[in-house]
Design a protein around this ligand. Sequence first.
Ligand code: NDP
Length: 432
Amino acid sequence: AKRNPGETEFHQAVHEVAASVIPYVRDHERYRKSRILERMTEPDRTVIFRVVWEDDEGNVRINRGYRVQFNNAIGPYKGGLRFHPSVNLSILKFLGFEQTFKNSLTTLPIGSGKGGADFNPKGKSDAEVMRFCQSYMTELWHHIGANVDIPAGDIGVGAREISYMFGQYKRLAKEFTGVLTGKALEFGGSLIRTEATGYGNAFFMQEMLAHRGDGIEGKTCVVSGSGNVAIFCAEKLIQLGGKVVTLSDSSGYIHDPDGLDMEKLAWMKDLKLVRRGRIAEYAEHFGCSFHEGRPWAVPCDLAFPCATQNELEEGDARTLVSNGCLAVSEGANMPTTIPAVDVLHQAKILYGPGKAANAGGVAVSGLEMSQNSQRLAWSAVDLEGRLQQIITDIHRQCVQHGQEGDHVNYVTGANVAGFIKVADAMVAYGVI
Ligand code: NDP
């Protein structure tokens, strides 16, 4: 905390990992001696820069851009870009640190990073978003490359922003390489990438339940968020026979007790991902209720926080437990506060942390890199099968390192399993 004053989100992420990894390190001399965990908490480097652009009225605007290159022990830096007014160094360091463990768990050769800007895309015209993305990439391109650092999307960065940034990179670098993932299919994107984080989260829940001899069919599901992750998590849950009764955005949530079907979900996709409207419009259109706040008081069997960090707090966790919730699987990064996680663990509710449960997105990004290197495109069926296999492998690693009596502690499992591979590589490189 002394070295990183005020970085509360980063402290929270490190604290959570350290609590489960320190006991493991204590038992392993080679990690302890070379102070691997402390070394892992310091990013390889951080780049912070000015992003200047002009709005539609001709006013000059200034934002702050970042790229945190966290760890490239097992592969090139990889992690998303976030455009949101709340973006600061603490948030990007927490995300980059988490990404180290997540990317290791995917079984693919990818290191970790995270970046973005305190730019708010809400209410901006397409032309303004384009000018911002081009200006951001004009600096970022010096620091990235297909074998160096391969950014992707995150909150506020979807297909539109990736396209503007890829176009600008290509122009500056005079080369066509897979330097970003989440690209459109016409220029090197991968099938299933858009769906991967949400689908992967549903698959991870399926794995946790199957391990207990249960399944998703017939379960009532509460999902928060209505962005890329939430919508495709809901889609896969519906396909697997779940009943999705909520989705939310930063203004509140809709409660549809009949459950969303594919037709309603298609309407929601158009509303949130194309028209960029507010979620209350869904309630008006389909005659269900809209409420301010978060959806955790709606009774459910399964909960899927898929919006943002710290959106599920201790009181919410208590409500979920008293409503008989069986399991929580995180589509978002660190959506559950540490006291809330403690409540879930005490109640022995299945709890899949984001670094395991939402790793499907970066995994398919890794597969997009492989396809770009081969100059080939794999089929959707092939890719969904690979995604499913990767999630099964992640779950197996969590069980291997997280079994505690008759209960699996997925936090310990994910942290320790993710740690080992990166730590072994760092030990092998010596003191550098
Ligand atoms: P999007 O921008 O597509 O959607 C974000 C959603 O969360 C929107 O519904 C947004 O509401 C809501 N939201 C954002 N900030 C807040 C807030 N402060 N309070 C309440 N609601 C909020 O982002 P993604 O779906 O891509 O990302 C969601 C989460 O998943 C993030 O934690 C991200 O880091 C994580 N993640 C994403 C991956 C990906 O592949 N995209 C991969 C792994 C994790 P509104 O529309 O009102 O802004």
